[in-house]
Design a protein around this ligand. Structure first.
Ligand code: ATP
Ligand code: MG
Ligand code: MG
Ligand code: MG
Length: 477
């Protein structure tokens, strides 16, 4: 089942059940407190929080998401992309827990021939919040799940709130069991690689008060209860396509194959190389989608995240043994895999391509000079028996070679070293303080320069430098 097919089945299912189909919002969220859209519910927050009356009682979407938090997981787990698509169905004071569970179960287990996803009932497990007897009851009645496949978990995993006073409530997650060859028995609580989380149902039913972490009071039931769910499109695709992870699905795999082809290494032959190919495939796609939504590489905020994705791709290709530029091939491949779902990546490709290639060129130069410095420092550190790279090396790399600190950290870690982060931070702080003092001094200098204008205003001058070594203050007047 192709990703496009999974998407279409989703939208058909929920629109046939009275949900308004809402197009994906941009990856650049309207919410100033968020760098990116991290979940399907983000564009609906005004309705879910009750601040704005919802224009429809139920909605559905396939939302583009970026989660930078997951960047270190990419390529190592089977299920984390920095870019992914979240299929969502939402109820604003309309249907609630029972109906949300019934929809999810029906769509997952209806046969492919009848428009569903065709999961076998025996492969599905669920988790619920420990006190949510109501959800347990619905899962038993609607899905006929036996007790042992309904796991009760605590607040950390099965309770949702924004961390602020406002709506809150328990959640219930649905998992697919990949089978004994992928890990140990015991359900999602025991092994999150064998049991893959595919869908999260959030039941917003309470109003919570202020407090930190798990310590807040439930003030009462919400007058209008909401449903917010998110199903990972790529996760369902990876299971339904019978591949090993989400980097091998139809929308991502072509880039992975291209990286293998360019490097002349075979995917599946070496674990570290496989991780690098998966990182390239993921990051190139994420960067493509970010640039299509107007983000450009820079040194802060969203632009820095994009730069980091681009640079990690360049570096992964180098670790695969490729020194030449590769973005022309990788980005056109990713464009071709994504353009059916997102035509803008094709329409806007001239601009996107130019940005990507320029960033690659600059970084390749940086990388060559910086890497030789780093290699020397690593060798010296190892020879001395120390386990930590000095902070001033990290600072030099940052200051002179434009190495972001996270790159230095990663490269040091690969050599089995840590970095004296405290010393690095102190040097950065010094530099900032000096820059401030410098700016102040420059201001003073500007003021001083006014004397030159006053001087010039005096008209013609006679050069006296041959006779006097220092300027006579009377001349300057
Ligand atoms: P996990 O525990 O696997 O990290 P999560 O609990 O953080 O997932 P949710 O916040 O519940 O994920 O998001 C809803 C759904 O979106 C998940 O059930 C999953 O299918 C999908 N999803 C979440 N993060 C990612 C990601 N980084 N890449 C791909 N799909 C994701
Ligand atoms: Mg997560
Ligand atoms: Mg989870
Ligand atoms: Mg979850």
């Amino acid at each position: 089942m192709q990703t496009a097919d999974i998407r279409r089945r989703w939208l058909d299912y929920f629109s046939e059940r009275g949900h308004t189909v809402v197009p994906s919002a941009s990856l650049v969220s309207d919410d100033p407190s968020l760098l990116f859209t991290v979940a399907g519910m983000v564009p609906f927050v005004p309705y879910l929080s009750g601040l704005v009356p919802p224009p429809y009682p139920r909605a559905t979407s396939v939302q583009k998401c970026i989660r930078t938090l997951d960047i270190e997981e990419v390529g190592k787990t089977t299920r984390h992309g920095t870019f992914f698509q979240m299929n969502g169905n939402f109820s604003f004071g309309d249907y609630f827990k029972e109906q949300a569970i019934a929809y999810a179960w029906e769509l997952l287990t209806t046969s492919e021939a009848d428009g569903g996803y065709g999961f076998a009932e025996k492969d599905l497990w669920v988790t619920v919040y420990q006190d949510d007897d109501e959800a347990v009851g619905h899962w038993k009645r609607i899905a006929g799940l036996p007790d042992e496949r309904i796991q009760r978990l605590g607040m950390e995993s099965n309770y949702w709130s924004t961390g602020q006073p406002g709506p809150a409530g328990p959640s219930s997650e649905i998992f697919f069991d990949r089978g004994p060859q992928y890990g140990k028995e015991g359900g999602p609580a025991a092994d999150d690689d064998r049991y893959i989380e595919i869908w999260n149902l959030v039941f917003m039913q309470y109003l919570r008060g202020p407090g930190q972490g798990k310590n807040f009071e439930i003030l009462g039931e919400l007058p209008k209860k909401n449903i917010d769910t998110g199903m990972g499109l790529e996760r369902v695709a990876f299971i339904k396509q019978g591949v090993e992870n989400l980097y091998e699905i139809d929308q991502v795999r072509p880039v992975l194959d291209r990286a293998a082809e360019i490097s002349g290494r075979r995917y599946g032959a070496d674990h570290d190389d496989d991780v690098r190919m998966r990182v390239v495939a993921d990051h190139v796609r994420s960067a493509l989608m970010l640039m299509a939504d107007g983000v450009t590489p820079s040194n802060e905020g969203r632009g820095y995240v994009l730069r980091r994705l681009l640079r990690r791709s360049v570096r992964s290709m180098r670790l695969l043994g490729v020194d030449a530029p590769t973005f022309t091939e990788l980005f056109t491949t990713s464009r071709d895999a994504m353009k059916a779902a997102y035509p803008e990546v094709e329409h806007d490709f001239d601009r996107i391509g130019r940005l990507a290639y320029a960033e690659e060129e600059t970084f390749l130069r940086t990388l060559v000079s910086g890497t030789s410095i780093l290699d020397l420092a690593v060798a010296k550190t190892q020879k001395s028996g120390a386990r930590e790279l000095p902070g001033d090396t990290a600072f030099l790399l940052h200051d002179t070679f434009g190495f972001p600190i996270d790159l230095t950290l990663e490269m040091a870690e690969e050599a089995g070293l840590s970095v004296d982060r405290a010393a690095f931070d102190a040097l950065m702080l010094d530099q900032r303080t000096m820059a401030k003092a410098d700016a102040k001094a420059k201001k003073t200098l500007m003021a001083d320069l006014s004397v030159y204008s006053a001087f010039r205003a005096k008209g013609e001058t006679v050069f006296t430098g041959y006779d006097f070594l220092t300027t006579d203050s009377t001349i300057l007047g």
